[in-house]
Design a protein around this ligand. Structure first.
Ligand code: MRU
Length: 347
């Protein structure tokens, strides 16, 4: 499989490099973020997206703030870095990894005693976050691969692949590990209205790895389940609370359909996506702009004056989840909530 680095730190220029996910599949373009404002714009525009990639963006973002903040007085310098870090953490509210990545690096630099030390420690810790994410995806991929049939079709929603992480992916990491282990897996990718992360990104990265993929309209999923064409549903997550999995809007609908057709519903996510502090009702679901739904290629698809709702995520109760696949093992929520030993805090 061809290695893909979705987000990285450029040592030479002290900047963040991102694959621009708004341009795929038409063009492959790298964006360079030289300051925190540009990074926040990239996060809001979904140039970088997907929970684990957002965690890495948060971590590198703190490193960027540490490097670009020019103040010489240490307490004032630290205050500025911290407030830039908090702004990054708030750029998108639902994926817990973003604030988790920010907090990981903040916690480390709070121990530093000079500006120089803050800069060195921030870059080092952010790199560690990225490396750990890659390792977690490979390990959870291997755990998840054992749950897939020798030959079968997996339905997925949104993009929980290499493009949503540093590399390999969560849900698509499971698919990659299964294929690598010799299983004959093909993927049905729901297009994922309105921004088409499934059609544009999942299809792009699977095609690149020669893994068979077919794109369907989101609304065709129930039909294919009823026809017996889907062996399991496999998605990623933006946040897993003690009672629900938050993921791209439409995931809940697939979970209900899967239950009703007796199809396993798997969620693959690193422990950095677990939120052990909050429950479903406390989580803000990001509502995005009207035009993402009401326009297509510059043309109106909804009459002027007609209201539009555009929630980016939904919550699936854990009772509908067959198994949560993590780098620390597989959890079956039906047998009760299992604490994960990963270090985790939310700012
Ligand atoms: O709005 P997005 O594209 O950031 O939403 C991404 C998803 O919902 C993914 O499924 C989730 O972040 C898991 S990525 C491994």
């Amino acid at each position: 499989m061809k290695a893909l680095e979705t987000i990285s730190w450029d040592e030479e220029t002290s900047s963040i490099l991102l694959i621009d996910q708004t341009k795929l599949p038409l063009s492959y373009r790298i964006i360079r973020c030289r300051n925190v404002d540009r990074l926040i714009t990239a996060i809001r525009r979904l140039e970088v997206r997907g929970a684990p990639a957002l965690g890495i963006a948060g971590a590198y973002g703190v490193a960027l703030a540490a490097i670009t903040t020019r103040e010489r007085d240490f307490p004032r310098y630290f205050h500025l870095v911290e407030s830039a870090a908090l702004d990054i953490g708030k750029a998108r509210p639902t994926a817990v990894n973003l604030s988790w990545g920010v907090f990981r690096v903040l916690a480390k630099i709070r121990l530093a005693r000079s500006i120089e030390e803050v800069r060195i420690v921030a870059v080092k810790e952010a790199r560690k976050v990225a490396d750990e994410d890659a390792a977690a995806c490979h390990v959870l991929g291997d755990y998840g691969a054992t749950l897939l049939p020798g030959t079968g079709t997996v339905l997925t929603h949104c993009n929980a692949g290499a493009l949503a992480c540093r590399e390999w992916g969560t849900a698509l990491g499971v698919v990659r590990s299964a294929v690598e282990s010799g299983k004959n897996i093909s993927v049905i990718a729901c297009e994922t209205r309105p921004l088409l992360q499934g059609a544009r990104l999942t299809a792009w990265e699977l095609k690149r790895d020669a893994i068979p993929v077919t794109v369907i309209p989101d609304s065709a999923a129930a039909h294919l389940m009823r026809k017996g064409e889907i062996d399991c549903v496999l998605v990623g997550a933006d946040r897993i609370t003690r009672d629900a999995v938050f993921n791209k809007v439409g995931t809940y609908m697939h979970a209900i359909c899967a239950k009703s057709h007796d199809i396993p519903f798997f969620v693959a996510a690193p422990v950095s996506t677990f939120d052990r502090v909050h429950s479903e009702e406390e989580i803000e679901i990001e509502e995005r702009e009207r035009d993402e739904v009401a326009q297509w290629s510059g043309h109106a698809t909804v009459p002027d004056g007609v209201p539009v709702r555009n929630p980016a995520f939904d919550a699936t109760p854990l009772s509908l989840v067959t198994a949560l696949i993590t780098e620390q093992g597989v959890i079956r929520p039906a047998s009760g909530w299992v604490e994960i030993a990963g270090k985790h805090r939310v700012i």
